[in-house]
Design a protein around this ligand. Structure first.
Ligand SMILES: *[C@@H]1O[C@H](CO)[C@@H](O)[C@H](O)[C@H]1NC(C)=O
Ligand SMILES: *[C@@H]1O[C@H](CO)[C@@H](O)[C@H](O)[C@H]1NC(C)=O
Ligand SMILES: *[C@@H]1O[C@H](CO)[C@@H](O)[C@H](O)[C@H]1NC(C)=O
Ligand SMILES: *[C@@H]1O[C@H](CO)[C@@H](O)[C@H](O)[C@H]1NC(C)=O
Ligand SMILES: *[C@@H]1O[C@H](CO)[C@@H](O)[C@H](O)[C@H]1NC(C)=O
Ligand SMILES: *[C@@H]1O[C@H](CO)[C@@H](O)[C@H](O)[C@H]1NC(C)=O
Length: 406
């Protein structure tokens, strides 16, 4: 490095330090009650001995004195997403059981959210021998309970009694032709699969795919349909093996395309560490895939591996994912499930809470929980956040991509 360059960097650094004396309260920005504006320039640098950086899959980084849960505003444009009076309230709680972790699907006709417990993990109570649990939350009951109090509520959820073909639900989308569309991680030698489940009793299920030309997948994680089509795209990391409920992997960590009308299945993207959440833009021309590579299940975390959302073009002819580029790296936590709102902002469950980036990839806000939020789903009542032992509802103004057309 030349002396000139060093001098230039010093000048910039001094500017930042003087700005760092500004605080959130100096801002004129009007945020929702309880929310905090975090000017990105107000951070103080954190020492290399700040051990929490080593454990960011479960512990968040909070540069304020406010106690979670609360909304962090990083950019004024986030206020258009929250609206003027957004709140975060706990609507279901079951301490000690990670009952609400994966596969959220909102079924508008029932006004209900379906979701599954964590597959693997210390509070999942499942593994090689035990299946995970799928439940239903009735949003009509949530609305009625919240209308009668300003505080938190604890709604009774309903557990679904699913057929044995549905083992370890980990991802979901839909409704797909009126049904829930799940991907499962499989368990022991029971294969991962894509499965349609009737959202009403008797909750009967039909397996659509459970192999790649004969080979078992590793442990399917998440699924989305290409907008306007029945074609399914799904991710297959090795968490089943990393979390000790599946045998050693036999395939690379890839993203697949499945056309249920022909049975054709093929790989559309590879070169991931642990591909996880998946989403498309509303026009179907671009895809997002999160890579939770820095969280290695039972093996812990490695901060040199991705906590990254990649963006791709969807090839108009083959629907292969091309032109891979970084969309965003999470400053704290690891991006897991991913959903877009109607105007193209990107929401991802990053452990410490839900992070929101604008379409250019700038972090504009967080629903900060300091917990283990992996997934979220838009409903008519707001954003439902699956936080393992708790479900939160953020009554925000933004609508989900899928709900905008209802
Ligand atoms: C605010 O959100 C609405 C829809 O919720 C959108 O139409 C509009 O473009 C947004 N405005 C800005 C400045 O982001
Ligand atoms: C949700 O709750 C409402 C009010 O109790 C009830 O009328 C409705 O049938 C419930 N929906 C489902 C899917 O159970
Ligand atoms: C599996 O279920 C059994 C019976 O409910 C329970 O005793 C055991 O602890 C569970 N195993 C795991 C890994 O949670
Ligand atoms: C459930 O059973 C009904 C009645 O047999 C059938 O029409 C439907 O396709 C089944 N749904 C699934 C997802 O298997
Ligand atoms: C972290 O991952 C990198 C890249 O794979 C690897 O070289 C390194 O050994 C890992 N570190 C630890 C502590 O496992
Ligand atoms: C976040 O959670 C950790 C672990 O539960 C706790 O030690 C820490 O105090 C919490 N931080 C905040 C800001 O609540």
């Amino acid at each position: 490095m030349t002396a000139l360059t060093t001098g230039a960097i010093l000048t910039v650094t001094l500017t930042l330090v003087s700005c760092a004396k500004a605080s959130a309260s100096d801002s004129n920005l009007t945020v929702p009650p309880g929310a905090v504006y975090i000017n990105p320039l107000m951070y103080d640098v954190v020492g290399a001995d700040y051990t929490e950086w080593r454990n960011l899959s479960t512990v968040g980084f909070n540069p304020t004195n406010t106690t979670p849960p609360f909304i962090q505003v990083f950019d004024p444009s986030f206020l258009n997403i929250t609206g003027p009076s957004a709140t975060i309230r706990s609507i279901v709680s079951n301490p000690g059981f990670a009952f609400a972790h994966e596969a959220p699907i909102y079924v508008p006709d029932l006004n209900a959210v379906f979701f599954s417990s964590n597959d693997g993990g210390p509070l999942g109570y499942n593994g090689w021998y035990n299946n995970s649990v799928v439940s239903m939350l009735n949003m009509t009951e949530v609305d009625m309970a919240l209308a009668s109090t300003t505080g938190d509520v604890n709604i009774q959820i309903q557990t679904l009694n699913l057929p044995d073909t549905v083992q370890m639900v980990n991802g979901g989308t839909g409704p797909y032709k009126g049904d829930l569309l799940f991907v499962t991680s499989g368990r022991a030698l029971l294969p991962p699969s894509i499965v349609r489940v009737n959202p009403s009793p008797p909750y009967n299920a039909t397996v659509l795919l459970d192999n790649f030309l004969g080979r078992q997948f590793n442990s399917l994680n998440d699924v989305k349909n290409l907008p306007g089509t029945d074609i399914m795209f799904f991710t297959d990391p090795t968490y089943g093996w990393l979390d000790s409920f599946r045998p050693e992997p036999m395939l690379p960590s890839q993203v697949y395309r499945f056309d249920p009308s022909t049975g054709q299945v093929r790989v559309v993207a590879d070169q991931f560490v642990l591909p996880n959440g998946i989403a498309f833009t509303s026009d179907g021309k671009s895809a997002f895939v999160t890579d939770t590579g820095s969280f290695e299940g039972n093996f812990g975390t490695n901060q040199t591996l991705p906590a990254t959302i990649y963006k791709f073009d969807v090839d108009p002819q083959t629907q292969a994912f091309t032109n891979r580029r970084v969309f965003a790296y999470s400053d704290s936590g690891i991006p897991d499930g991913i959903q877009l709102d109607a105007t193209g902002n990107v929401f991802s469950g990053c452990g410490e809470g839900i992070h929101v980036w604008n379409a250019e990839g700038t972090l504009i806000g967080k629903f900060y929980l300091n917990s283990t939020a992996a997934e979220m789903i838009f409903t008519k009542s707001g954003l439902v956040i699956l936080d393992a032992e708790t479900i939160y509802l953020a009554n925000i103004q933004a609508q989900g991509l899928d709900l905008a057309t209802l």
